[in-house]
Design a protein around this ligand. Sequence first.
Ligand code: ADP
Ligand code: MG
Length: 257
Amino acid sequence: MGAALEIRNLHVNIDDKPILRGVNLTVKQGEVHALMGPNGSGKSTLANVLLGNPAYEVTAGQIIFDGQDLLDMEPDERSRAGLFLAFQYPVGIPGVTLANFLRLAINARMKAENPESKGISVSDFRKMMRQKMDSLQMDHSFAGRYLNEGFSGGEKKRAEILQMAVLNPKIAILDETDSGLDIDALRVVSEGVNSLRGPDLGVLVITHYQRILNYINPQFVHIMFEGQIVETGGADLALKLEQSGYDWVREKHGATE
Ligand code: ADP
Ligand code: MG
């Protein structure tokens, strides 16, 4: 049995205002899900809660990851347990290349698992990086780039996908909201997901971009609206959004006056 991320009846407040109002969603290893929905529906709020952002107050519900209570785990424990969440830049650390950063991340994980561990050797790390970058069709020079030195939206996403490939998570959550309408960034993420997808990886791609099917083929599509998942379907649901937008969702599920 593979691992699963199970979100059950999740209620979340920001500044005492209810934002998520009973979210239910299960993502299993081997599955690719798209979470869609109009701006302001609560998609990023869900991503922030999964990340462990303390500004978001969980007032009810549960999140179970691989049999453990996720809300009891620190962000680094979540990562070690096999949950990958969007790339967090180590801001203010000058002179760190992407490769160094990824090696530090791997070593930290190995030390956490076994305090005696000396970490990955430089040559093993180089070999692994080369393999991962080849499978993602990334230029090897990319790993030598310095973090925070003018990464474009697409390059940030490329770094995120490479980090995901290196950390080899069970479930990955990719929130596209920060990149807004940057189609380049979405293409990078989609190609990365497409080349990494397989029986051991579950993915939740969060996006408001309606033409997602041009890039990625999720088995499950969910629509969030006013803090709840109001529709779940297959690729047909994404097609409907592409053709008709979100107006029908508002009409069907919006509060009546
Ligand atoms: P989405 O990602 O679907 O566009 P968000 O989760 O960003 O939606 O936002 C959902 C609602 O929560 C919006 O009404 C937004 O204004 C509010 N919200 C999100 N983050 C904050 C915050 N940090 N402080 C106050 N309100 C917030
Ligand atoms: Mg958002």
